[in-house]
Ligand binder design. Structure first.
Ligand code: RAM
Length: 488
């Protein structure tokens, strides 16, 4: 499907590849004032989060080096990573992501230019071995930082200090994730994910306004649709553009609101006409997962069939139903389709009939009738309940201690947006100040992939050692603070 189009779409994406802005940066502290002996460690602090390549100018002091200098160089996005080790890590995500190198330097003086791109504020250098006859001098250290975001575009934000801090960190998050595509995290896993793209594009529209990058990413996804026209959850760009073999119900559908937001922000009708059939096709593909009798989506216990949030206990059935409805609405804003409209209403009714307790004002999900924050949030965003009823639903979940909680800034974004939708902008602002503000209080320079205030060590991967501390989907406070959505 769409086979005749893919080569052209890929060419369009290629032609929109951005030029990266380069910046040479140096540590603001931590440069040693003495020659280092074996077993010594230092921490260079670059003063902000950067994505780039490190160069060290190394020399020796004492006798002529009679052995290699053996160094471990660790790149950390925040201070907690400085002392973390890989020992005992048995998580399901590769430990290859941990930004740690060991190098042997045979000849001194020399310039060590690490080829790999890292995401970091801190660089810890451990001298694993020298000989007793010489010491190591770090004469100079600098990094060539890269991003496709142009900070010159950013207008100052008129707000109090806390919100200005949150906005600064959110902007830095987006800045570091903006490379040749909107990456999900420059530490891990550097791919273009549809769910992350949607929120980055939204924030980009009121900050860096690099719409060509959004357009490029839309075309990249279009070019990697599979033989049935289904969009993968994410894609690789190296060594050549290729879709991942991971599909998620919600992520494929999010192509639709991402396209809509892009068209609304730019008025680019040509791209809309070009990509709309593929967008509409995602809704049709999703139909196979609905029970034609009830119009309720069939649940699944397959991990990741639908993403929603990283809480591994979350049942996704109701969220999936709501996300389909939400995306159908986005499609209808681009294209009138009475049959789709009727189907959407039927699916709203099904959610109310089979999954809503109208006395408690709570949606439940799955055969265990699970109550979660995510279900209420998505039901509100999809307009399954509206106005006062929607407000009651969000109030009810906040008074329900057993409700399965939200653990990612990604899900918190949707909560804050749902609050705005019910008119409770004050509470949305409070949530942003409390949740993202608390990461700032913990010293965040960029916002994290995962943050559960109740359990700061939480990781869906088996250990926080592979968590990413600059993660695209957490950049949306700048959208809230700059788009006007929080204004009464
Ligand atoms: C994480 C990725 C990405 C997200 C997926 C579903 O592994 O880092 O940000 O979209 O999960």
């Amino acid at each position: 499907m769409f086979e005749d189009k893919k080569a052209v779409w890929l060419r369009k994406a290629d032609s929109l590849k951005p030029a990266l802005h380069l910046e040479t940066v140096q540590p603001v502290s931590g440069m040693p004032d003495h020659a280092l002996a074996e077993s010594e460690s230092i921490v260079l602090d670059f003063g902000n989060h950067y994505v780039g390549r490190l160069t060290l100018k190394l020399e020796s002091e004492g006798s002529h080096p009679d052995a290699p200098a053996w160094l471990q160089i660790k790149f950390c996005e925040n201070t907690r990573e400085l002392d973390e080790t890989l020992e005992g890590y048995h998580g399901w995500i590769s430990k290859g992501w941990v930004q740690q190198e060991q190098v042997h330097i045979d000849v001194l003086p020399s310039e060590l230019k690490l080829p790999r791109r890292f995401a970091f504020r801190y660089v810890r250098i451990d001298v694993l071995a020298l000989s007793s006859k010489f010491r190591l001098v770090i004469r100079d250290a600098f990094a060539e930082a890269v991003s496709s975001a142009d900070d010159g575009c950013i207008l100052p934000l008129n707000s109090d200090t806390q919100e200005a801090d949150i906005d600064r960190v959110a902007l830095r998050t987006l800045h570091s994730c903006m490379q040749e595509v909107f990456e999900d995290g420059p530490k891990r896993d550097r791919r273009l994910w549809l769910g992350d793209l949607r929120l980055q594009a939204l924030t980009n529209s009121v900050t860096y306004r690099n719409f060509d990058l959004v357009k490029r990413c839309l075309y990249l996804f279009a070019a990697v649709a599979d033989e049935n026209g289904r969009l993968p959850a994410c894609l690789f760009t190296e060594p050549q553009v290729e879709g991942d073999d991971t599909y998620m119900f919600d992520y494929s559908l999010f192509f639709i609101p991402t396209l809509l937001d892009y068209v609304l922000a730019t008025g680019d009708q040509e791209t809309k006409e070009d990509l709309l059939p593929l967008a509409m096709h995602q809704l049709r593909l999703a139909d196979a997962q609905f029970d034609p009798e009830t119009q309720l989506i069939r649940d699944s216990d397959q991990l990741g069939w639908c993403f929603v949030d990283w809480n591994l206990h979350l049942n996704k059935q109701l969220c999936a139903q709501a996300i389909w409805i939400y995306c159908a609405q986005a499609a209808l804003q681009m294209h009138d389709d009475p049959a789709l409209s009727t189907l959407m209403e039927a699916r709203k009714k099904a959610a109310l009939r089979f999954c809503y307790d109208s006395e408690k004002h709570l949606f439940f999900s799955g055969s265990s009738r699970q109550i979660s924050w995510a279900s209420q949030v998505w039901a509100v965003l999809a307009g399954i309940v509206e106005n006062e009823e929607a407000a009651k639903c969000l109030n009810a979940v906040s008074a329900c201690p057993e409700a399965v909680c939200m653990v990612t800034p990604y899900m918190m974004h949707h909560y804050a947006e749902a609050l705005c939708r019910t008119g409770n902008k004050q509470e949305a602002r409070r949530v942003i100040r409390e949740y993202w503000g608390s990461m700032v209080c913990h010293g965040a320079d960029t916002f994290w992939e995962l943050y559960n205030p109740q359990n700061p060590d939480e990781s869906p991967y088996g250990s926080p050692v592979v968590n990413s501390y600059c993660h695209a989907w957490s950049c949306t406070p700048s959208w809230f603070l700059r788009s006007g959505i929080l204004e009464e």
